[in-house]
Ligand binder design. Structure first.
Ligand code: ZN
Length: 62
């Protein structure tokens, strides 16, 4: 059982830091599109989760 963690990405459009919850059931590498809660532009989010390390997330224009 893996605890739910958060990751953070920087919106490509407005530069805000957005915290997103990680759903471990979706796997170690995740790739999905989510609208920025600040500027509402779509972000394509890449997530990489590795045991014992902080999750990494980054975004690009979605
Ligand atoms: Zn934004």
């Amino acid at each position: 059982m893996v605890a739910m963690e958060d990751a953070m990405y920087v919106c490509w459009a407005c530069g805000e830091e957005i915290v997103v919850p990680i759903d471990p059931s979706q796997g170690r590498e995740q790739d999905y599109v989510e609208d920025c809660p600040v500027c509402c532009r779509p972000n394509r989010i890449h997530l990489y989760v590795e045991d014992g390390e902080a999750p990494r997330a980054w975004s690009e224009e979605g």
